[in-house]
Design a protein around this ligand. Structure first.
Ligand code: BGC
Length: 748
């Protein structure tokens, strides 16, 4: 038997054995990713080359037929597919690959961003931004593990997740894919997700993760996706690099560069990012996959390569391993090698990295998934329970003037209205259409939890915020007068299958962050009824709701809460669940406050705005509960010296002084009082979810170590400078919610 076919041979030997059998075309074929045949077939006749240039979700290959893709697969000229959405297609294409000369299996990559939601009949968990509001790292790990299981049950091996960018501009439509604005929280959630997805990356339960987008795209000029990022190396290394570094340390298998240029160099041809930092400094040993046609954009958009071929050269020499996506790559790259422009050794490096992953995933031994068993895993009860639990933990109660929780026995008439009241949009971006019976809308949830005697009135506002009907707004305003309580479910529209109708999500950036369409009017008219009104928001970015925030009695920020979201929201409205989530991202008053984030530098609001507040509407870390918590006795013990030795034990007593059991998310921030380089007014360094019975209290401990105090010196090496540090512990990033104490790092 050939060594590469021997499952007991060491992976490195299998890779070398296979590599030396491959022709140049077969090698480059391994670096070639294409969109799925059915995806392509569906777009034939719908798209043209011009559409392809701008569309980052749908593709066709001009001049090709679906059969060409199949033939190339059989010829060993394709290493991976993306956007294959069914197990049948995955198995079928795999079967073709297994007929190729060397029978090298395909890798199927998919954007399983919150569950394998991009494919039908999978569990749709809450989106990342909402999930981060749970501050529940173990929950993120569990969801990732379950997602991996559902993916492998469909013969999918690789998700383009987690997005570990630090979101810094609410205009950017992709905030919802991230874990929010804080580097530490993003890092913790990102690492748990990588670990959950990958396991040890050595079994059929594991899939490859992809840390993306590397880097700067979450701080785009003007907030538009893919626009230039221009920032200092200090900012990059302090705020934007750490989640990627941590993902690499956690063994992430792949990294995807971002669309944008960074400081004048497109990320897709950026040697500093892809090779010097990633591999040289951090020891990354997985492979780099390009984002959607972004190597081509080095030529046709950024204009730093005169030809596509030169863009390929630049990208490969800078460290690119796999091309997403397109039919011209294989021949062009082979020619570059034949012309001596790129060495074959360089191609070998990439192929080695890709093959190593295929062996680790066990694809040579198990290239298929069992179609008869697939539904035993997908959407199973355990996964649905996790999706519900995650939704409960992700929903943030922002305002409550005593209205919530609603007493199901006492509310006779409930009005439910708003564009998101009864729509699958609650699942969030990166969800395909799912069967209606698998999606619980807010209306479903309210109906199931309201008492049998209650009347639930529903006034349909359609799903499309840009095309709301004034007559239906009027009808809701009238119905509100008859109701005991009104629930308006507003927000954004994110469903990808109506790509041009969305208001939030990828390539859906906004120049303001207000509610779109007649939504403000709807809320105002309903609230003007004088009957108590709850505003529920479903959205993937912070919304500037200042116009209506003062007019409603309660605000529930539900984010993209997944297929069980409606049930979790209703449980919170009716008090079956006590909300515990805290904001993973600041909610500004308006677009004019952007960029708005809690860990700003000391001088940021030295001169505050006139005519408008400088503080945000709701700060990072903020969220209400149906009970109250009291913090006391913050104490510090131990010491840390400037050599980095020692540790500080931070302890605080947290008491549940209200009448309901709850979970409080206790947050620890530090501030370096004086430092060589400026540092933020606060930096989150730890958090804990603390369960507290009504009337109960606990002493909560955190350990501060030197790495948490460190800043980067002039050479970007971590250093702990002597001097005072303030420790702040409490229920949000807001000063009035924090107890403070101080310690001193002594000179050496
Ligand atoms: C996005 C990536 C995604 C890829 C494949 C791109 O447009 O930027 O995040 O993984 O498409 O769907």
């Amino acid at each position: 038997m050939e060594i590469y076919k021997n499952p007991t041979a060491p992976i490195a030997s299998r890779v070398e054995d296979l590599l030396q059998r491959m022709t140049l075309e077969e090698k480059v074929g391994q670096t070639n990713q294409l969109v799925g045949v059915e995806h392509f077939r569906h777009n034939l006749g719908v798209m043209n080359a011009g559409d392809l240039f701008r569309n980052t979700a749908q593709a066709i290959y001009v001049g090709c037929e679906p059969e060409d893709l199949e033939a190339w697969t059989q010829q060993g000229r394709v290493g991976s597919f993306l956007h294959v959405n069914t197990i049948e297609e995955a198995n079928r294409l795999q079967h073709l690959a297994m007929q190729s000369r060397l029978a090298v299996p395909l890798l199927f990559g998919i954007d399983a961003i919150h569950g394998n939601a991009y494919c039908r009949d999978n569990t749709v968990y809450p989106g990342n931004l909402g999930l981060a509001c749970s501050f529940n790292v173990e929950l993120a790990r569990r969801i990732a593990r379950q997602t991996a299981a559902e993916m492998r049950a469909m013969n999918m091996h690789w998700t383009f997740n987690p997005n570990v960018e630090v979101a810094r501009d609410a205009r950017w439509g992709r905030c919802g894919e991230t874990y929010g604005e804080d580097c530490y929280l993003v890092t913790r959630m990102g690492v748990a997700t990588v670990e959950g997805l990958q396991g040890k990356l050595d079994s059929e339960a594991d899939v490859m993760a992809c840390a993306k987008h590397w880097v700067g795209g979450s701080l785009p000029e003007n907030g538009t996706n893919g626009s230039p990022a221009d920032m200092s190396e200090r900012t990059l290394r302090t705020t934007f690099f750490p989640p990627f570094k941590a993902a690499v340390d956690a063994g992430v298998a792949t990294v995807m560069p971002s669309h944008n240029e960074l400081n004048g160099v497109p990320c897709h041809s950026n040697r500093w990012l892809m090779t010097d930092v990633l591999r040289g400094e951090w020891g990354f040993d997985g492979f780099v996959v390009s984002d959607w046609m972004d190597i081509e954009h080095v030529h046709d958009l950024h204009g730093t390569a005169e030809t596509v071929e030169d863009a390929y050269r630049q990208s490969i020499t800078a460290g690119m391993d796999m091309h997403m996506h397109g039919p011209g790559w294989v021949d062009a790259v082979c020619q570059l090698v034949r012309d001596g422009v790129i060495s074959e050794e360089r191609i070998d490096e990439s192929v080695r990295r890709i093959l190593t992953m295929k062996f680790r995933l066990g694809l040579f031994e198990h290239p298929y998934a069992d179609e008869a068993k697939t539904m035993q895993v997908r959407l199973c009860q355990e996964h649905r329970r996790t999706a519900l639990e995650a939704a409960r933990q992700s929903i943030v109660l922002l305002k409550n003037s005593g209205l919530l929780p609603l007493d199901a026995k006492r509310v006779g008439k409930i009005l439910v209205t708003g564009i998101n009241a009864n729509d699958e949009n609650i699942m969030g971006d990166w969800s395909a259409q799912q069967r209606a019976e698998n999606v619980i809308t807010v209306l479903d949830g309210v109906r199931s939890l309201a008492s049998e005697d209650a009347e639930v009135m529903y006034v349909d506002q359609g799903w499309d915020p840009r095309n709301m009907n004034p007559a239906m707004v009027e009808r809701a305003a009238q119905a509100a007068r008859e109701a005991d309580v009104n629930i308006v479910v507003a927000g954004e529209y994110m469903m990808r299958w109506r790509w041009h109708d969305r208001t939030c999500g990828e390539d859906t950036d906004r120049s303001d962050i207000d509610l779109v369409g007649l939504q403000n009017e709807l809320i105002e008219r309903v609230a003007a009824s004088g009957k108590p009104t709850v505003l529920v928001l479903i959205n993937g970015r912070p919304l500037g709701i200042e116009r209506v925030a003062g007019k409603v009695s309660a605000i529930v920020e539900a984010w993209e809460s997944g297929m069980c979201g409606g049930q979790a929201i209703a449980e919170i409205l009716f008090g079956k669940v006590n909300p515990s989530a805290k904001l993973s991202i600041t909610i500004p008053h308006s677009v004019g406050q952007l960029r708005s984030y809690y860990d700003h530098k000391p001088s940021m609001y030295f001169h505050p705005y006139v005519c408008a507040p400088s503080e945000p509407l709701f700060p990072f870390g903020y969220g209400l509960s149906y009970t109250q918590y009291a913090y006391s006795n913050l104490s510090l013990s131990g010491e840390i010296d400037a050599d980095g030795n020692g540790q500080i034990d931070v302890a605080v007593t947290v008491a549940n002084t209200g009448k309901r059991d709850g979970v409080e998310i206790v947050q620890l921030y530090i501030r370096d009082e004086y430092s060589t380089f400026t540092r933020p007014v606060k930096e989150l360094k730890d958090f804990a979810r603390v369960e507290l019975k009504a009337g109960g209290k606990k002493r909560v401990h955190f350990i501060l170590t030197a790495d948490k105090l460190a800043m980067l010196d002039g050479n970007f090496a971590p250093v702990v400078e002597p001097g005072g540090f303030v420790v702040m512990v409490g229920s949000s990033s807001r000063d009035c919610d924090l107890l403070k104490s101080r310690f001193v790092v002594k000179k050496k």
